[in-house]
Design a protein around this ligand. Structure first.
Ligand SMILES: O=C(O)CCC(=O)C(=O)O
Ligand SMILES: [Fe+2]
Length: 469
């Protein structure tokens, strides 16, 4: 791979100009100029510890604990392609790449069974060899053993290409949908400069995976805002490279790209459309593929709700979160409850599936102020520990200038935000606190008072007669 812009004159520049140019490039990069990424994945040789995506030198993991060793290099086994043969109805052919010398006929059959590849122009599919000289198989006509998720390609795309997209924060994920198998054969296979037709508004890019097959030429050039990157995956005549690697590149949908002429051999690629999705870390309450009724606690909670003796008159259940979420931090709040995880997410999903009102709320730890509590009638004294102050919603830390010297406790607490004092049956103990509010605490001298809050799931349990199970 090489960069096709602005490197020739570097040798003539002073150190200051070089540094200033580097600063400019880094600034551009920050502003989203990482428009393409790529890499390669070696193929394990038949007979070696083939197929395992982890290095074989990794120590065996401890029982029940995944090993984090051996993450250095993903490997892949040779790739097998099966496709509908065009010579006889219902006949399936197969080839494994890299191709062993005896399998050349299978490779030729694959090439011959591919259909001419068209391209989209003004809403029509056009076949024109002066613009695109390639063949293809549709996904209905072939399958392959290659999976870009297994070798970490999709994780890399999610981490590098997503963050610069609107709404593409770290909680978004990538879905790669296999689109075509293409063959560009030498001499003269090519695809002139074009921009891919986006399939739906969620598509943000394309992924091209070059399978291990001998060829020369056929460089993929990706351009964006005056910059360009060349991916040269050809191996014939290039010293030190062999075809025993998967090579790949991904780029944003607005990148112009082209495949230069293949001089010899067959350049075989799998193309994928890349879509932005709700990703790992943002799935609570929006994960249609998850069935909450299959979660271990679902049946247990359902059977309790079916019992008249269980909270007969209804009330609130409180479950303090078992993971920490920076729930008083403005940016993190935007991702809650979507970013709930582990048992917190499981419980949230279960209560939702049971048609119960469940909300993630901050519980104020104003215990330090209880000694001088004047706003509860005496009859409720013993109930105080249950009657926590529960925020209407999650609040970012309030840096209040209210001082205990002149404000009442009620005024102080009102500065935090709207809240109610509910009697809650607490099922777990508080675990992770966040700074809910700072204020001026006046004792012998003024100092900074800090009040903390805990995030908890608050579930409204209707009276037995009103349960909609
Ligand atoms: O094979 C490649 O490198 C890219 C092909 C391409 O641009 C396409 O299929 O739209
Ligand atoms: Fe394309």
């Amino acid at each position: 791979m090489s960069s096709s812009n602005g490197v020739r004159s570097l040798a003539d520049m002073s150190c200051d100009s070089l540094l200033s140019q580097l600063g400019k490039r880094i600034e551009e990069q920050k502003n989203g100029a990482t428009y393409t990424i790529g890499g390669s994945i070696p193929i394990t040789k038949p007979g070696s510890d083939g197929g395992s995506p982890q290095s074989s030198s990794a120590a065996p993991p401890e029982a029940g604990k995944p090993s984090t060793q051996g993450l250095a290099q993903a490997l892949t086994a040779p790739i097998t392609i099966r496709w509908d043969s065009t010579t006889a109805e219902g006949l399936i052919s197969k080839v494994t790449l890299p191709c062993e010398p005896g399998d050349a006929a299978s490779l030729e059959k694959l090439v011959n069974d591919c259909q001419p590849a068209t391209f989209g122009h003004n809403g029509k599919d056009i076949y024109d060899e002066t613009y695109r000289k390639a063949t293809k198989l549709d996904t209905t006509a072939f399958s392959s053993t290659f999976n870009p998720y297994e070798v970490g390609i999709i994780d890399a795309i999610a981490q590098v290409l997503l963050p610069s997209l609107p709404g593409g924060d770290i909680f978004r994920g990538v879905r790669a949908e296999l689109y075509k198998l293409n063959v560009y054969s030498g001499p003269s296979g090519k695809f002139k400069a074009h921009v891919d037709t986006p399939r739906g508004s969620a598509q943000f890019g394309s992924l091209v995976v070059c399978l291990p097959c001998d060829h020369d030429g056929g460089e993929l050039v990706v351009r964006h805002q005056g910059n360009g990157i060349i991916y040269n995956w050809g191996n014939i005549g290039t010293e030190g490279t062999d075809a025993a690697e998967i090579q790949w590149a991904a780029f944003y949908s607005d990148c112009e790209h082209e495949v230069l002429e293949v001089k010899s051999g067959h350049r075989i690629t799998l193309t994928y459309n890349l879509y932005i999705t709700s990703g790992s870390g943002d799935l609570a309450g929006r994960c249609p593929s998850l069935d909450p009724t299959a979660l271990p606690l679902y049946e247990a909670i359902l059977s309790m709700l079916e019992l008249p003796a269980f909270m007969t008159k209804g009330g609130f259940l409180g479950i303090y979160c078992s993971h920490a979420y920076a729930h008083t931090h403005e940016e993190s709040i935007k991702h809650l409850p979507g970013s709930l995880k582990g048992s917190d997410m499981a419980l949230y999903e279960i209560f939702k599936a049971l048609n119960l009102e469940v909300d993630l709320k901050p519980i104020l730890n104003d215990g330090a102020l209880y000694d001088s509590d004047e706003d509860l009638p005496d009859s409720e004294e013993e109930d105080k520990s249950k009657r926590k102050r529960i925020g209407d919603k999650l609040y970012a830390t309030e840096y209040s200038d209210v001082s205990t010297e002149w404000a009442t406790k009620r005024e102080l607490l009102e500065a935090w935000g709207n809240h109610a004092r509910e009697t809650v049956v607490w099922l777990t103990r508080p675990k992770h606190s966040g700074v809910a509010m700072t204020y001026l605490a006046y004792g012998n001298q003024a100092e900074l008072g800090i009040m903390y809050s805990y995030a908890a799931l608050i579930v409204k349990i209707p009276a037995f007669t009103k349960r909609n199970l």
